[in-house]
Ligand binder design. Structure first.
Ligand code: HEM
Length: 130
């Protein structure tokens, strides 16, 4: 991604409009993924809202999430949920498909997924065999 050194990932992916479409597409996949859907509430709207604020800031945009909710402490916020490596991979799979669906270029998609993979694996808190 040479020539883009001064732009944030948030700008590169298309800003608020694309991010909003991405998060919507992502949770509709999460809700159809048997490994993930049982962890999430039926009323997904508030989750979509918090995730949109979080990813805005995670990708270098305005600090919407921290402004509203304080320090992200994302691993701690995930502790109530049994997150296995398999679930982390399912989460990344839904995100990857959502990125294709909203039309992100392949190289940008790969870069963003690598960034998210670090976090997703860091949130694993439960061994595979439950
Ligand atoms: C590794 C697999 C993951 C699983 C299974 C998972 C699952 C969940 C669940 C069950 C919730 C709570 C929904 C609710 O009831 O409010 C949640 C919230 C959230 N997750 Fe994840 N998550 C994963 C990875 C990630 C990653 C990689 C990120 C971003 C880097 C992320 C960002 C968030 C955010 C921002 C929230 C809302 C936190 C809040 O309540 O303020 N999650 N996640």
């Amino acid at each position: 991604m040479s020539g883009n050194e001064n732009r944030t990932l948030y700008e590169l992916l298309g800003g608020a409009e694309t991010l909003s479409r991405l998060v919507e597409a992502f949770y509709s996949k999460v809700q159809q993924e048997p490994l993930l859907s049982p962890l999430f509430p039926q009323n997904i709207g508030p989750v979509i809202e918090r995730q949109t604020m979080f990813l805005t800031q995670f990708f270098g945009g305005p600090t919407l999430y921290s402004d509203r909710h304080g320090h992200p402490m994302m691993r701690a916020r995930h502790m109530p949920f049994p997150i296995t490596k398999e679930r982390a991979d399912a989460w990344l799979g839904c995100m990857s498909e959502a990125m294709v669906e909203v039309g992100l270029p392949e190289d940008l998609k790969a870069f963003l997924i690598e960034r998210l993979r670090g976090s997703a694996y860091h949130f694993v808190n439960t061994p595979e065999e439950e």
